[in-house]
Structures are given as structure tokens and as C-alpha cells.
Write a protein of this length. Structure first.
Ligand code: ADE
Length: 443
């Protein structure tokens, strides 16, 4: 697998810099937009690994929500891009590092901790109101910007939550459940909102105490403490905040305090400023197709002279994500009057594929019509000039140099089609088309 390195140019737009973070599914790199010099954090997710966890639908749904949200305390998702093996997220770059680096120098004063907690609750409340739950709120997801404001990262990507090595004063072993709600540990069906509130409570405790509320060298003992909410507030905490923490770290999600009630709590309300949140309409819409509007495609088209009358259908990042082994492709490839017989990928340009298809079709006595919508219709006539075999070849553009080609039998005797396709056309196209991996149709 190709590895992205420092200095690499991604999608002709982003120059990659140093590695900011790494996990099982993803790596995060610093990146700079070549044209504007704006800084970004590029999160690269390994598609194969993601498919294996079977959470594509949830991720797609949540990303589609996140593309619309803009909140001052949430790391903004600007763009989703994709290649054959990776999904790329261009995220707002947050300069100030992790919030918890601050706590490793000692616990925070209540007023300082309150400001971060208020910002955390604002972000969480905002996402919950849009049906998005984080499920993995933990120190490395809390960053600070240049102005010392909290930014929560990975909202909407939490289905990819993973165990990460954690080091430093406040963290314990690999994949610590320290921030995870008891009902999540118990693997019961759980309410995402209540689980996030619990994690916020653990975060608040750590900010104020400088250590974790539930900790034990023995993991089973730690689980037990979490399940029973067995913790003690340090004596330097005000009774007001002790009461709030106790209401949040309630092991029963049904009686645990809600966000609405946290916002009414006297400790929380002190000096609380509600920031103006841009309305969804004002926020930057995420254009997945823009991922493929790169210079590369324009230049390749110019160089090769695109077939004007036949433009391949562009697939967006989510369609591409769907092109996975074992994924149900039926929605993507359902067309009226057309039975999909085989699917292939090609690393050639659209014009090159079309020219080759025309050449091969003519070689075997088929006439070719460009039907628009990325469809090339190939027909064979009988002696009385009646169509006796008709095949549609549909072209989907993934990038300018990577296409999906679908073969549909529109009107043909199956045996005649199979003979023509398998014995003649497919071998002639072998250098151009590779069977789509995992596609049972492409056999
Ligand atoms: N590490 C992970 N995500 C980041 C981001 N958005 N900005 C800076 N560092 C990060």
C-alpha cells in the first residue's frame, strides 16, 4: 500500500506535512493548501479497515450531518475526498495542541475548568440536537485553538473510534475505558446522549482533580469501579461542582442528568456566554464532488480531448466508499430495463476507455451509439436490420484516471450475449478493464 509522506501533494491541492496523530484506522497529517497557504489537518482513513468494522452506513449518515454543522467548539470538516483505498477528510487545523497537555502541568482552577466544560457541553449539545453522538469523548479529541478555546474533534467520525496508546500523567494503559460510560462497557443497548454526558463528567473531574475518577492497575477492578460509579471527589472542589459531578457520574443512564439540566445548574451557569452559532445556511456546504474537480482531471481532459457527447457519471466520495467488497451495490447500479452483468475498474482516462470500447465493438460487428449519461450502447443487427443484441456500457468516473465500467444487457439472448462478451469482447479489453474486486457479477 502506498504511504503518504511529508512533501507529498494530495489531490493536487494539499501539501502534506508532519504526522499529527496515528491510530488503527487513520493517520492525521498537517497539510497546507498549495494555492491559499491555509493550514489543514488531513485525516486519512484506510477503507479496507473501515469496511471490516461494518459501520459504513452510520459513518455516511453522520458525515452528511457534520458537513452541515458549524460550531465554534467543533473542529470543522471542510472536505471529503477519496482514492481507491483511502478516505480523506480535510479538517480545520487546530494549533494549540491537546487540552490535556494543560492538565499534565497540574489541575485547573474551577473558573478555567468551567470555561472548557461550558464549551464542551455547547459542542456536545449542538451535535446531539442534530442526532450525532460522539461516543468516544476523550482527551485526544479535545484540542485548543490559538485563542485558548476548546475544539472537539471527530464528531461524526466516532464510529471509527479506536483504542489508542495514551501516555502521560493522566492516562493509563492501552485502550483505557476510563472515559466510557458503564452501560457502554456492559455492551447494553445505550443512549448515545447519556453516554456522552458521562464522558463529559469524567473530563470535568480530570480537569479539576488532575487525575482520573476511575482508575486501577487491574482492568477488571477499573470496570467494577465504573459500573458502580465508585469515585471520590478531592476535598479542594467546591460543593457546587461536587454536586454536579455526582449527578453526571450516575451509573444509571435513566436518572443521569441531561444536558438541559446541566445548563441550568448553578456551577455551569456562572459566566456562561452563549456564542453565536452560524445557521446551517451560512455554513460552508461540503461538496463531495469537489473532491474530483481537481486540476488533474481538467488537464487530462484537455490533453486527451474528452468525448463531448459522452461524459461519465461522476461518483462522489460516498459512492466510492460503497464500492467495497461485500457491500450491497444494488442501489448504485439499479437501472430500468437494464440487467447489470459485469463491472470493471480501469485506470485509463474516460476518452481512452471509450475509444477502446468503440474499437473492440466495431471489430466484432457492433454499432456504437453514445447515449449520454455515461452510456455507450452497442447493438448487433440481424439480416433484416432488426436489433438482435444490445449491450449498454456505463461509465462512472471516480477520478479522471480511475473509472468504473458496468456492462448491462438491455436486449439480448443470454447465450448470445455471453458468447459475444466472454469469448470475444472481454479478452480484447483485458488490458483495459480489471474485474471489480468482490463483484460476483464480473466473473
Ligand atoms: N490532531 C488531530 N486532529 C487535529 C486537528 N484538527 N488539528 C490539529 N491537530 C490535530
Amino acid at each position: 500500500m502506498r504511504t503518504e509522506r511529508k512533501g507529498c501533494i494530495l489531490m493536487q491541492r494539499y501539501e502534506l506535512g508532519r504526522l499529527l496523530g496515528q491510530g488503527t484506522f487513520a493517520k492525521v497529517y498537517y497539510a497546507r493548501n498549495i494555492r491559499t497557504s491555509q493550514s489543514f489537518a488531513i485525516k486519512m482513513i484506510d477503507k479496507d479497515k473501515v469496511f471490516k468494522v461494518g459501520l459504513m452506513d452510520q459513518i455516511k449518515r453522520e458525515i452528511s450531518v457534520m458537513r452541515l454543522v458549524k460550531h465554534p467548539n467543533i473542529v470543522q470538516l471542510y472536505e471529503v475526498m477519496a482514492s481507491k483505498s483511502k478516505i480523506y477528510f480535510a479538517l480545520e487545523y487546530i494549533r494549540g495542541g491537546e487540552l490535556f497537555a494543560k492538565v499534565s502541568n497540574g489541575r485547573l482552577k474551577e473558573d478555567v475548568a468551567r470555561k472548557y466544560f461550558q464549551q464542551l457541553i455547547s459542542a456536545v449539545d449542538f451535535c446531539h440536537s442534530r442526532g450525532v453522538y460522539h461516543r468516544d469523548l476523550k482527551p485526544e479529541n479535545l484540542l485548543l485553538d490559538d485563542n485558548g478555546n476548546l475544539k472537539v474533534s471527530d464528531f461524526g467520525l466516532s464510529a471509527l473510534a479506536e483504542s489508542k496508546r495514551q501516555d502521560g500523567l493522566l492516562h493509563t494503559t492501552c485502550g483505557t475505558p476510563a472515559y466510557v460510560a458503564p452501560e457502554v462497557i456492559a455492551r447494553k443497548g445505550y443512549d448515545g446522549a447519556k453516554a456522552d454526558i458521562w464522558s463529559c463528567g469524567v473530563i470535568l473531574f480530570v480537569l479539576l482533580a488532575g487525575y482520573l475518577p476511575f482508575h486501577d492497575a487491574n482492568l477488571m477492578e477499573m470496570y467494577r469501579k465504573i459500573t458502580k460509579a465508585e469515585f471520590r471527589c478531592p476535598n479542594w472542589l467546591s460543593s457546587d461542582v461536587k454536586r454536579l459531578i455526582t449527578r453526571i457520574l450516575d451509573p444509571n443512564p435513566l436518572t443521569r442528568i441531561s444536558i438541559a439540566k446541566i445548563k441550568e445548574h448553578s456551577w455551569f451557569k456562572k459566566d456562561f456566554v452563549t456564542e453565536k452559532i452560524k445557521s446551517e445556511n451560512e455554513s460552508i456546504p461540503l461538496d463531495c464532488n469537489a473532491a474530483f474537480d481537481c486540476l488533474e482531471s481538467n488537464e487530462a481532459e484537455k490533453k486527451e480531448g474528452r468525448h463531448d457527447s459522452l461524459k461519465p457519471i461522476r461518483l462522489n466520495a460516498f459512492d466510492i466508499i460503497s464500492l467495497s467488497t461485500g457491500f450491497d451495490l444494488s442501489g448504485l447500479f439499479e437501472h430500468a430495463n437494464c440487467r447489470s452483468e459485469a463491472r470493471f475498474t480501469s485506470s485509463k482516462s474516460a476518452s481512452a476507455i471509450i475509444s477502446k470500447l468503440e474499437e473492440v465493438a466495431k471489430l466484432f460487428g457492433l454499432t456504437v451509439k453514445k447515449k449520454g449519461d455515461g452510456v455507450l450502447r452497442m447493438e448487433q443487427y440481424d439480416d433484416s436490420r432488426m436489433v438482435d443484441l444490445s449491450i449498454d456500457v456505463k461509465l462512472f468516473e471516480i477520478t479522471s484516471q480511475f473509472h468504473l465500467v458496468e456492462i448491462c444487457k438491455t436486449d439480448a439472448d443470454t447465450l448470445a450475449y455471453q458468447k459475444l462478451w466472454n469469448d470475444y469482447m472481454r479478452p480484447a479489453l483485458a488490458d483495459f478493464l480489471s474485474p471489480l474486486q468482490g463483484d460476483h457479477l464480473a466473473s
